[in-house]
Design a binder for this molecule. Structure first.
Ligand code: 5GP
Length: 179
């Protein structure tokens, strides 16, 4: 998409936060660390849809050893119980037992999504779980989750681009933009 100083999506106006070039370098560095950590183990990358698809697609191409990738969609149900909503996992058709897993998230905000998903994965007895998130909002963290690799810690402001959307738009922006 054409780069400018400011973009308008629906009712919000966004300014640049991370450029395409700096993201490319950062993702390559994480890919290198993951290679050092997991080379020769044929890890299974699991990308949480939809937001993480761009990051996951770049990340696996910086992983310099054999690997596999799968995609999951997490569906939330607004429960009637006070314990909050229940989620189901769709799309994980492979056996995870004794596999080395790399969970790829777009952004960890409260940590709720990752917390739930990690519990689901641990129950299937993988050999190891490595968690990677492109962005993290540290001040907002409410659920204690293990995140092994973080692309960028950012402020608690809404962002779009590099797979992340605002009401459906903005996923195709090469950089990250903030309100
Ligand atoms: P959590 O479960 O950690 O609270 O939130 C994670 C999910 O919230 C992300 O996968 C993403 O879908 C959404 N999210 C949180 N912050 C942002 C943001 O700044 N921009 C966008 N586009 N999505 C966000």
């Amino acid at each position: 998409m054409h780069q400018t100083d400011k973009i308008q999506i629906h009712d919000l106006s966004f300014v640049p936060l991370l450029s395409e070039d700096e993201i490319r370098e950062r993702v390559a560095a994480i890919g290198q660390e993951l290679t050092n950590h997991l080379a020769g183990k044929n890890p299974l990358f699991i990308s949480i849809l939809s937001g993480a698809f761009v990051f996951a697609s770049d990340l696996i191409r910086t992983f310099d050893s054999h690997c596999e990738i799968g995609f999951v969609k997490l569906k939330s149900y607004q429960g009637t119980r006070s314990s909050g909503d229940v989620q189901t996992v769709m799309g994980l058709d492979k056996s995870l037992k004794d596999r080395h897993l790399v969970v790829v998230e777009d952004i960890v905000d409260t940590g709720r999504t990752l917390h739930f998903f990690l519990e689901h994965l641990r129950a299937q007895e993988p050999a190891s779980i490595t968690t990677v998130t492109f962005l993290r909002k540290p001040e907002a963290a409410q659920f204690p989750v293990q995140v092994d690799f973080v692309g960028y810690d950012i402020n608690d402001r809404f962002v779009v681009g590099y797979g992340l959307d605002y009401d459906g738009l903005g996923r195709n922006l090469a950089g990250v933009w903030t309100v």
